[in-house]
Design a binder for this molecule. Sequence first.
Ligand code: KG4
Ligand code: ZN
Length: 340
Amino acid sequence: MNDIYILGIESSCDDTSASVIKNGEVLSNVVAGQEIHRLYGGVVPELASRAHESNIVPVIDSALKQANVAKSQLSAIAFTKGPGLPGSLMVGVSFAKALSMALGIPLVEVNHMQAHVLAHFARKSGETPNEPEFPFLCLTVSGGHTQIVLVKTAMDMEIIGHTLDDAAGEAFDKIAKIMDLPYPGGPLIDQLAQSGSSQKFPFPHPQISGLDFSFSGLKTSVLYFLRNKEKEEAGFTEKNKADLCAGIQATITDILIDKMEKAIALYKPKDIALAGGVSANSELRRKFGELADKHQINAHIPAFEYCTDNAAMIAIAGKFKFDAGVFSNLLASADPRFTG
Ligand code: KG4
Ligand code: ZN
């Protein structure tokens, strides 16, 4: 049987990434972040698409070099169709189409959110597989999305809960901004919380029925709380940074875990999985493991490098479609609200 080499291309937000996989094993996974957005406290779409344009050629080149694979060996190109920022997506889609035409190989379009879920199937040669078994429940938490997904198969997923306003990562980042912390604030809150107590500043939990989430109320309550405290005592936020971060992180992760526990009661899965950039959060990882232990089920948390946006997950998702014979064509376009 011929070896199958797939090049994955990811450009949905502010990371340009390319990955080469061989028969489902990751040979390379190159990610170029975009520092420029730190200056503005958030992703600036115009700047993101421009940075993708200058990054995409060197990123793909180094993914091929690291994998020691020539362009002529590639069997297919998988790319992120959406959801994401229109201008950013367009850079990856156009490049994937041009390369597939030049090489005469098929194109596979991938849903970015489904790829986050399928990141659980990414592994390097020699690594022992620790893949969730279908059907499983996946909590996908990123800067743009917060979902509980019933994953029936690699290509059949149903969203059973989602956020009604901000995504969990967005909540971390916006609250960090209120606290004057640099963007993206999620990893910083995680780091500062390590030396704080979550008991000192407890924040209220929203009362949302079913499996949906809401985070905008927390953002507002932190804003008003800090505004009042700063009036009483200038420098309050700076002085209590660690305890505030611990309290905020505990609230966001409790909201996520509470809904996941409800979903477990309803769907009774054997396996649960965590995906998306916020799955890098240490407190969430810890609580997720505890939740699985409590219900005597298996928790799957992806390796750190496959949590945040990366092209290995796009290549892996592409491999599932490749194996099923599901291909795209040169009429493919970016879809910022892609749900397919
Ligand atoms: O999946 P991702 O890389 O990009 C999107 O598709 O959105 O997720 C990025 C999000 C950002 O909001 C970032 O603050 C958050 O993931 N994040 C974290 C941590 N690491 C990344 N949030 C909390 N704790 C972390 N350790
Ligand atoms: Zn993402």
